[in-house]
Design a protein around this ligand. Structure first.
Ligand SMILES: N[C@@H](CCC(=O)N[C@@H](CS)C(=O)NCC(=O)O)C(=O)O
Length: 204
């Protein structure tokens, strides 16, 4: 049994999308989180994540946290979905590299841009420029990050880029890739299950 601990409009949305892509049975436990950008919400005692964050995935009694680790865990668990790359396959190196890159390089690089550090700190600027260059280089071959095949790397990175689109340079390549990825039926199903954060104004 797979259970995703999820908070609406947060990083766990990308795992919701991935679970829909895989097409496996899963349950969602909606939990509250502290939201630093709006100073709202609070750590939820029902959330087993050791830091009170999302995503957290419970597979039977095994707890997995960190988006990249969860993506790897799920695509290894369900190789038939062809969204990852099995150990020993030709694509494995590139696949684990993309997943580790999202957490180790892309997110810190984007936060450097969002916080303004990239405007004043040459190291933050270089890290951001390198992240954008790596994305554009992959998409110049495309149509997906790993070539012809849509993978969980596209889920992870497209969801982050879509969230922070204004912090990523204008690019027809990026826009076309985002459209291809975000228009997938599994993303629509995930969006429908995403939910509304507590206290948010509901659309009329
Ligand atoms: N590196 C973690 C980051 C998780 C994270 O920061 N999640 C945010 C939601 S977008 C959260 O749960 N924040 C609650 C808190 O900071 O207490 C991952 O990718 O899984």
């Amino acid at each position: 049994m797979l259970t995703l601990f999820h908070a609406p409009q947060s990083r766990s949305g990308r795992i919701l999308w991935l679970l829909e892509e895989i097409g496996v049975d899963y349950g969602i436990r909606y939990v509250d989180i502290f939201r630093a950008m709006t100073l709202s919400g609070a750590r939820d005692p029902a959330n087993p994540h050791p830091d009170g964050k999302v995503p957290a995935l419970l597979h039977n009694r095994a707890l997995v946290t960190e988006s990249a680790a969860i993506a790897l865990y799920l695509t290894d668990l369900h190789p038939e979905a062809n969204l990852g790359a099995p150990v020993g396959s030709q694509d494995r190196g590139a696949y684990v590299t993309w997943l580790a890159w999202t957490a180790g390089e892309m997110e810190p690089a984007f936060w450097g841009k969002i916080s303004g550090a990239a405007e004043t700190d040459p190291n933050a600027r270089a890290r951001y420029d390198a992240a954008i260059a790596r994305l554009l280089t992959a998409l110049a071959t495309g149509p997906y990050l790993m070539g012809d095949r849509f993978t969980a790397a596209d889920v992870m990175i497209a969801s982050a880029v879509a969230w922070g689109r204004e912090y990523v340079p204008e690019s027809a390549l990026i826009d076309a890739w985002l459209e291809r990825a975000l228009n997938r039926p599994a993303n629509a199903r995930a969006t429908a299950r995403d939910g509304t954060p507590p206290g948010a104004v509901q659309a009329a």
